[in-house]
Design a protein around this ligand. Structure first.
Ligand SMILES: *[C@@H]1O[C@H](CO)[C@@H](O)[C@H](O)[C@H]1NC(C)=O
Ligand SMILES: *[C@@H]1O[C@H](CO)[C@@H](O)[C@H](O)[C@H]1NC(C)=O
Ligand SMILES: *[C@@H]1O[C@H](CO)[C@@H](O)[C@H](O)[C@H]1NC(C)=O
Ligand SMILES: *[C@@H]1O[C@H](CO)[C@@H](O)[C@H](O)[C@H]1NC(C)=O
Length: 176
């Protein structure tokens, strides 16, 4: 009964082939500025929705408002080929940024920036170049105010547990 057999095979293929998901994802952020005082650690929230595993994708964080960054060093944080590409980031962010390894797996591409200064104030863009969707980027605004209230900044501060377990490339080994 070859006909029945091939019908079964076709049915099997139809059931177990995942439906293509295209034009369906978007990058989002809250729209609220993050307010911090100099020396604080902040988390710039950015998500891919619906949830998508971002571990094997390229994630770019940059400053769209910074007009005169040297070419090839324009990133605040660049994650590509499963690691941070350090030599393409602006030197002022060296050793100060990380993504969250646990979050990446669930579309959470939030960036931690440690020890912020007033020079860090401005717009940060999270961007997924290869995302299958119309909204591939989002902007998070960071305000660094000398007298910013601690009640606001505490929300954005890193909890110790996240620092110990989730920070990706948080520990940079000295290159010799
Ligand atoms: C994304 O990850 C950061 C760092 O772990 C966390 O603070 C934040 O709540 C997460 N956002 C969502 C929507 O899960
Ligand atoms: C934070 O940055 C300031 C300069 O902006 C520096 O003097 C200080 O040592 C830094 N603190 C840490 C913990 O890296
Ligand atoms: C911060 O507060 C101090 C006194 O409370 C004031 O002298 C100073 O001008 C304030 N700085 C800013 C940037 O508002
Ligand atoms: C980053 O940290 C490494 C190791 O701690 C150090 O060797 C390097 O000089 C640091 N880079 C900058 C720009 O501070």
């Amino acid at each position: 009964m070859p006909a029945t057999l091939s019908f079964c095979f076709l049915l099997f293929a139809l059931i177990f082939t995942p439906a293509p998901v295209k034009g369906h994802y978007q990058v989002t952020s809250s729209g609220q500025p993050v307010v911090a005082a100099p020396g604080d650690d902040v988390i710039l929230q950015c998500l891919v929705e619906p949830q998508l595993d971002m571990v094997d994708m390229t994630v770019e964080w940059s400053r769209p408002d910074a007009k005169r960054r040297p070419k090839g060093m324009e990133y605040v944080h660049l994650y590509r080929d499963n690691r941070e590409v350090e030599d393409m980031k602006s030197s002022s962010y060296h050793n100060r940024t990380a993504l969250f390894a646990g979050g990446l797996r669930h579309g959470n591409i939030s960036l931690i920036v440690t020890n912020v200064t007033t020079a860090d104030e401005g717009e940060y863009k999270c961007f997924i170049p290869k995302l299958q969707g119309n909204t591939k980027s989002s902007i998070v605004r960071l305000v660094v105010a000398q007298n910013s209230s601690k009640t606001i900044t505490s929300e954005t501060q890193l909890d110790p547990e996240a620092k110990g377990q989730n920070v990706l490339n948080g520990e940079t080994k000295p290159s010799s």
